[in-house]
Design a protein around this ligand. Structure first.
Ligand code: ADE
Ligand code: ZN
Length: 350
């Protein structure tokens, strides 16, 4: 087996994916037509999926969100997203969705949940891949709307809804003001995560941990600007859900093969990094490809890929007993794959 095949086949967990950012281009076009949503003039749909920064990306993300209207639409995009994850080797998925982006166009929250939860259950029955849902609050809407969001999430709670996220444009909307939202979510027994250090400074990573009390950090790249914070996060075993392809579109680290790429620096520093796909078709990728990229461009060794995969078990919100079982089973499975590699692992790592 070659390293690329290994990277594709290695068992994985997706911990950082946005449902709306995972809509396949062909599905987007079909749903937009069905639901009478105008798409800006374009040749290939891929032309629309071009952006140079986070705010421009989020405009297209909102357009895609608008095309999803009824429970069947939500079922379809959820099921297709889970199919892509499973085809990439995912054994479990925790994913975000942006309720406000649909509410803005008159879609009721229960309509979204009906389609999404049914697709999650259907997919687990059909393919044996469980998943969990993380409604995410857009930081651009502020604290008050966040508290209303949490009330809605709690009113329509089900076992699959395990936590909340905080996303959208980070640089102008730092995390600290959302402290009351995260405190109430913690009191209600929800897990918490936040996008930080993607387009905002290392301070946002620190405040997400210290003020919001998150269980993990989504992205986190700008932590590399603060050596003390890196040391503290290594010490505390903080988990980071990194997304290689996203960095090439929304951050200052555009070259995955650069020795000072943030994800490379984070791994080299000993931080608990997991590899994820964020908005896969919108960044022309999938979860398997993200592993191929870090193997090929960042020159991660098979052992380092194994560490990322096992770290995703620890960083997940699975039960502890499941984590223990999966760690043991995946270790044996991946070790057998490493033994089957064409070349000795030492020779493959840079
Ligand atoms: N929503 C979807 N993808 C995102 C990202 N990379 N950053 C912030 N919000 C997002
Ligand atoms: Zn994200």
């Amino acid at each position: 087996m070659d390293i690329e095949t290994f990277a594709r086949r290695i068992p994985k967990i997706e911990l950082h994916l946005h449902l709306e950012g995972a809509v396949r281009p062909a599905t987007f076009v079909e749903l937009a037509r069905k639901n009478h949503v105008d798409i800006p003039p374009h040749g290939e749909i891929a032309e629309l999926y071009r952006y140079d920064n986070l705010p421009d990306f989020l405009k297209i993300y909102d357009l895609v969100s608008r095309s999803i209207r009824d429970a069947d639409d939500f079922h379809r995009v959820t099921y297709e997203m889970l199919e892509s994850c499973a085809d990439s080797g995912a054994r479990y998925v925790e994913f975000f969705f942006s309720a406000h982006a649909h509410q803005a166009h008159g879609v009721a929250y229960p309509t979204m949940l009906t389609g999404i939860l049914a697709a999650m259950r259907d997919f687990e029955t059909d393919r044996g891949v469980p998943s969990r849902l993380i409604p995410a609050h857009s930081r651009e809407l502020g604290l008050q709307r966040g508290l209303e969001f949490l009330d809605m999430v709690l009113e329509h709670r089900s076992d699959e809804i395990i936590g909340i996220g905080l996303d959208y444009n980070e640089a102008p909307f730092p995390p600290a003001p959302f402290q009351p939202l995260f405190e109430r979510a913690a009191d209600a027994g929800l897990r918490r995560t936040a996008h930080a250090g993607e387009s905002g400074p290392a301070e946002n990573v620190r405040d997400s941990l210290a003020v919001l009390g998150v269980d993990r950090i989504d992205h986190g790249y700008h932590i590399v600007d603060d050596a003390e914070l890196v040391a503290a996060c290594v010490e505390q075993g903080t988990f980071f859900t990194c997304c290689p392809s996203t960095t090439t579109g929304t951050t200052i680290w555009r070259d995955l093969s650069a020795p000072d790429h943030a994800i490379k620096q984070m791994i080299d520093a000993g931080l608990n990094v997991t590899i994820n796909s964020d908005d896969p078709p919108m960044f022309r990728t999938d979860l398997a490809n993200e592993f191929v990229l870090v193997a090929r461009d960042m020159k991660l060794s098979p052992e380092q890929l194994k560490t990322c995969a096992l770290t995703s078990i620890d960083a997940s919100w699975l039960d502890d007993s499941v984590k223990r079982d999966w760690r043991a089973a995946w270790t044996a499975e991946i070790d057998a794959m490493i033994a089957d590699l064409d070349t000795a692992p030492e020779a493959l790592s840079a």
